[in-house]
Write a protein that binds this ligand. Structure first.
Ligand code: SF4
Length: 539
């Protein structure tokens, strides 16, 4: 019989972190018998969480910004890759002003903490961490995305983005370590769990399976991605928890091989293979090219002999994660980058000419302009459009089912699927990027049948339902860049008026005016679909 040996499955080595000092006033050493503990006042937990979610909403890491800048300098990057990268860099620079959050979806607040057994707080830590989350989301121009169920079918927005997901585990030592993540809905939706068996553990099985999985992720979570893959896991939930940690870079310093006791490890050679695979997909940074992914992390875990879970997921262009620490020296947060503009290229980036579309024209005239363009053509939109997303679509469909006609705004204007973050004082709009188009797919045929929703604007790919409906009714779907919501809100949206379903708040119907709003033709009136052509081409 093998003797007892304790093996921590995930044991990343300590990383070099550049910390931002927040103060010492909430801590003090406390002697009890022969031991000295670190006493932390509960208010310190709230302050750390508040600052963490504020920083994560406005600033990115230097490493992430360097990866965007790399795209601009890579001769193999497509023109569309470079355009998206430049927009994301400009977005980061605007967001770093601390007024416009980098994305309109400011995420679900996730906190994973390890509390040393030598740390005393004397309180319900999750209460105070939640208070900090509350203060960040209510005090800044962030969006409230959490819906509380009142019954199985009835929901109400909690109006403060709580509850947060908070997991605290106990560890040896006298540090209190945190990982704060603000995870957007579109990004979270691209988390996949597959129940496989040992058969998958061969290159000829695993690689084609992962290639298919990359196609399923698609572009609706705003690439370039930080892609994570986890193979194995003692349970489905452990696989997914590891996936989340891997996508933030938290497990980067895992060892690079396993041992007979079940140590998890990072497979860097498979990471290189998958990165190459992602580049050959051709989807690129949303509109064709090389940069579907910035990087790939592959973690291999122990498993039960009868199962082999595989997790695949991403961290999106809003790569919002930040480490925190409370120790004897004080309270600290990972220092994020406050000066993204220094990554702007010199000489300045000059994109290729785009086709200007005047949205002041009639819908027929707008469609006639779009009909002359090929899919993947970049356009600049100028003029009015209406904003409507999930619940507004459901209500409009209910009107049709009651025999009522659709409002004229839905026929006369292009429809943008989006929902804004709060509007900062003195500005026309808050951060206001597109939401995932696919959720609105089932509505398209019945609306287009009524001459409505004939030109749509959002992010990500559509189903064949939309392609077929556009072909039949002369419709179009334009892709807006997912991710640069601060740039769109500050520079491209000049007026916002709530015009219908005002009770829905950020999900109400708005009429907005846009100026030089960038988009790409994705689905046209002839049945062409930019994304489908890639997926078919790549088999
Ligand atoms: S960047 Fe895209 S996927 Fe990420 S939170 Fe924003 S909208 Fe969602």
């Amino acid at each position: 019989m093998k003797s007892f040996e304790y093996q921590k499955v995930l044991c990343p080595a300590d990383k070099d972190i550049r910390w931002r000092f927040l103060g010492k006033e909430f801590i003090r050493p406390l002697s009890l018998g022969k031991r000295t503990f670190l006493e932390v006042k509960p208010e310190g937990l709230a302050m750390l969480a508040r600052e963490a979610f504020r920083d994560a909403s406005f600033f990115l890491s230097t490493g992430h910004l360097e990866q965007l800048a790399l795209i601009l300098n890579d001769p193999e990057a497509s023109a569309n890759d470079r355009f998206v990268a430049m927009e994301l860099l400009k977005n980061a620079a605007i967001s770093a002003g601390g007024v416009f959050p980098m994305c309109q979806d400011t995420g679900t607040a996730l906190v994973m903490a390890k509390k040393g057994e030598g740390v005393l707080t004397g309180t319900d830590d999750a209460f105070w961490i939640s208070k900090g989350v509350f203060e960040a989301y209510t005090g800044e121009n962030l969006r409230y995305s959490q819906l509380a169920p009142l019954s199985m079918y009835g929901e109400v927005n909690t109006q403060n983005n709580l509850p947060a997901q908070i997991d605290i585990s106990s560890v040896p030592g006298d540090h209190y370590d945190f990982l704060f993540v603000a995870k957007g809905g579109g990004s979270a939706n691209k988390t996949f769990l597959y129940n496989k068996t040992a058969q998958i553990l061969a290159p000829e099985e695993l690689l084609p399976f992962l290639a298919k999985s990359l196609g399923e992720i698609g572009t609706s979570a705003c690439p370039p991605y930080h892609l994570a893959v986890v193979v194995g896991g003692m349970s489905a939930e452990y696989t997914l928890k590891t996936l989340k940690l891997a996508s933030t870079g938290y497990l980067d310093s895992l060892p690079d091989r396993g041992n007979g006791n079940g140590q998890g490890f990072r497979d860097k050679s498979l990471e290189t293979e998958i990165l190459e695979m992602s580049r050959s997909l051709g989807l690129g940074a949303q509109f064709g090219g090389k940069y579907f992914c910035h990087d790939v992390r592959v973690i291999r875990l122990p498993r039960h002999g009868a199962s082999c879970f595989i997790g695949v997921g991403v961290s999106c262009s809003a790569h919002r994660n930040i480490l925190g620490r409370i120790c004897g020296e004080g309270l600290f947060l990972e220092a994020l980058d406050r000066d993204p503009a220094r990554f702007f290229p010199d000489p300045a980036f000059e994109p290729e000419e785009a086709v200007s579309i005047d949205l002041n024209q009639s819908m027929d005239a707008i469609r006639a302009c779009l009909s002359k363009l090929k899919v993947a053509t970049r356009v600049m939109l100028n003029g009015p459009l209406v904003v409507a997303r999930d619940i507004a679509h459901a209500r409009l469909k209910a009107m049709l089912e009651r025999g009522e006609s659709l409002p004229s705004y839905f026929r006369d204007h292009m429809v943008y699927y989006a929902g804004p973050a709060k509007t900062p004082a003195g500005y026309a709009s808050g951060s206001f990027g597109p939401t995932t188009a696919g959720r609105m797919d089932p509505y398209v045929p019945c609306f287009q049948e009524q001459g409505a929703s004939l030109v749509m604007l959002a992010k990500g790919n559509r189903s064949s339902l939309v392609r077929e409906s556009c072909r039949k009714h002369g419709g179009f779907y334009l892709g807006s860049i997912g991710g640069p919501a601060a740039r769109l809100g500050r520079d491209c949206i000049t007026k916002v008026d709530m015009i219908d379903f005002k009770d829905l708040g950020m999900e109400a119907v708005y009429r907005i005016e846009v100026r030089d709003f960038p988009a790409f033709v994705i689905v046209d009136d002839k049945g062409n679909d930019f994304y489908e052509s890639f997926l078919v081409q790549k088999g």
